[in-house]
Ligand binder design. Sequence first.
Ligand SMILES: [Zn+2]
Length: 236
Amino acid sequence: MTEVLAPHALDARRVIVVAPHPDDEALGCGGLVWHLARLRRRVHVLFVTDGGASHLHSPTWPRARLAATREAEAEAALRELGLDAAARTFLRLPDADMPLPGSPGDAAALRGVTALMREVAPDLVLLPWRRDPHRDHRDAWSLVTRALSEAGMAPATLEYAIWLDEIGAADDHPRPGEMERVGFAIGDALPAKRRAVAAHRSQCGALIHDDPTAFSLTEATIERLTGPVEFYWRPL
Ligand SMILES: [Zn+2]
């Protein structure tokens, strides 16, 4: 059975939201983030990759232009969710090509995320699901989990799945005794969450029209992730 809680039942004061790509913060956690912002909890959003790989064949949106646009879209989404200007970090790792663990790029990213964890000292971290079928989501989970370990910190964690229900293999799902499912009744946050998702215009097919191979969020995905209850997995 899934427990459904009211957002104010969370007693976390300092929360880090980990978004592998700009749009995951809105799709995965937008409802809870909106409530936490209204409750005046400190929320810091960490965008891990630059999102620059969603339209690789667009002649008019080369990677750097797209990445800059995706940051602007993320800023607009955070405004919809009620977050102030200081509460975000763009790590700018390459979308779909995060550095391999042990590489110099990974070591630098690990240092940066470890420093952020020490600075914010979160008592709750919202992470992407550890076995999300999208590799960047798994790699982002791994990076932040290793950073917490480096920092010697063990805050509460909740994991949100973006692609698991659509394209996950059997092994990607939680195993018996591994996790419990928690829902948050996000209620009043829904309109703001939907606006935050729509602020990622490039991902909703609203901005770039010259790459037929491009990624685009479907209505079905958006509907699935913008219901009145936002679901997370909590480690047992
Ligand atoms: Zn993503």
